[in-house]
Design a protein around this ligand. Sequence first.
Ligand SMILES: [Zn+2]
Length: 266
Amino acid sequence: MTSDPSTRLGTDERWCPDRFMVIAAHPDDAEFGPSGTAARWIAGGSVGWLVCCTSGDQGGEDPDQDPFELAALREREQDAAAAVIGYAGVSYLHQPDGALSNDLALREMLVREIRTFRPDAVLATDPETLFHGDGGINHTDHRAAGLAAIDAVYPAARNPMAFPSLARAGLAAHVVRRLYLFWTNHPNAWVDITTTLDRKLAALAEHQSQIRDPEGLATRIRSWASEEGAAIGAAAAEALRLVIIDDDPDEAVGPSGNGPAATAGV
Ligand SMILES: [Zn+2]
């Protein structure tokens, strides 16, 4: 999913938000996705919140399994994984797995989450990813969740006249300044996760209902992180598509004391 690291060096992304929100379609998406970034930011002083649009009630292979029991199990696994990463909390929107739709109802739910937690940055799946690179189809829920997250961030969350019942209930409009899209075919920012890769693996291991071969998975995750790290000369990284919605030229220091992003050359 990255560009060829032998021909391109990417931007070593060092900006650190005060508050960030990950919006995911399913339990385990946030761990397979930007959990190394989340753990790094939290270690640097950021406060993170995770929103799961569905509870993964179709994430099994037994047609006789009770989907409500599976959803409850997967929420327990997600809670445990989120605790490993250090999120302040998790919201479950209980939308149907496999049938997630970027409709107004989901957008209002996400605007409610954004206006409640008030993140500087939102991380979500890149909805433009229909296929992963040259192979693999991106799940329809991932695309729907990504689109819904973007549409909630802009313009709805910042527009006081959008979903006016929210503002009347005390949830004032809120400006999200940055979007980081994961599982993207167009990465432009790489976060060094050398120090948090083990935490990512530990969080992934909490999703026991989804993992048949933990050691094989860990090997694959380490390999992918190494490949993505090559873009910035790091041992491990996560590749993201950064969309800066509102830039603040005065901003140079995040809660971790990081300076502005250093460009390694493009
Ligand atoms: Zn998923």
